[in-house]
Write a protein that binds this ligand. Sequence first.
Ligand code: ZN
Ligand code: ZN
Ligand code: ZN
Length: 357
Amino acid sequence: MGRRHPPRRSHRISPTTIMGVLVRGNCCNSLDMMESWDRLFDEAYRADVKIHTDGGIIIYAHASILGFASPVFRSMFKKPRSKNIFSIPIRGVPPEAVRIFIRFLYTSCYEQAQMEEHVLSLLVLSHAFAVPKLKRECEYQLEHRLLNLDNIVDVFQLALLCDAPRLKIICHRFMLKSFKAVSSSAGWKAMKESHPTLEKELLESVRVEDRRQKQRMRKLEERKIYVELYEAMEILIHMCRDGPHGQELKEDQKACKYEGCKGLESLVRHFSGCKLRVSGGCSHCQRMWQLLELHARLCVNSNACRVPQCRKLKQKIAKANKKKRKKTEEMKWNILAKKVVRSKSITGAPYFRLPSS
Ligand SMILES: [Zn+2]
Ligand SMILES: [Zn+2]
Ligand SMILES: [Zn+2]
């Protein structure tokens, strides 16, 4: 006969001390009931299973309860037993974790402090003995409370081993987010030693994420430029329709809803007075020509439009299109026009139209 586990004080678990299953309301519906199951486990009345754990500690249990809660136990109990007792080894995890695990099979409950201390072992046990209810609890606890820089690499590896895809993703995200701290942790160093391929894969995913982040930033920047161009198009129409604010705006700055109105107005003023404008030698005027051409390409009705050069530019564009010359430049303009219009609205109506390509 092995060492019997020391008698444990059977204590009532108040609902406030239990987190997880009981608090979330899907476990035993009465505390008395739970206490009976707890006592049955503690007192090991007519127990017929001996669980051998590390350090020679033996935990007693009932085959009917273990077999009912876990298909893995059930298949173990199909084998013949000696002297009416089943002997089962559960090693490699702390004996206390095994006790908490077995107790969960009786009561469907655990105490939060125990969960915090043994969550990794409980994850392994619940996976190995196919107890999905406890496995879900461990995953939930890790995801919502217990992940930290010290355990993240271990949890990630366990998530892979225990087939916990959601937990794996959560850990992966965590590691990407705090890569610098994680990669200098003891857990990371241990993984580098024991699973160098896994480390390589993780480093690669960090590089991929880095590239993605840069791409996202570039796209955001691009979109900002298109939105600004779209606004410039709107302001151009607003200026030509409503007339320049000129001195008026100085007295009442808030009068115009367009932020860039003042800037564009001074550009237009420069454009009409610049001596270099015709030869295109001035960068301000070049900018203005670009805005005017973009406008002409988008303008819905050039005949009624009051934006300077709109009709002339439209004719020039039509001619260039007919000759099919400068094809690549045309394509560039068309792409730009589309991106500008789509940056703000679907169609750009009523003033703008997507160029037909
Ligand atoms: Zn304005
Ligand atoms: Zn100029
Ligand atoms: Zn126009």
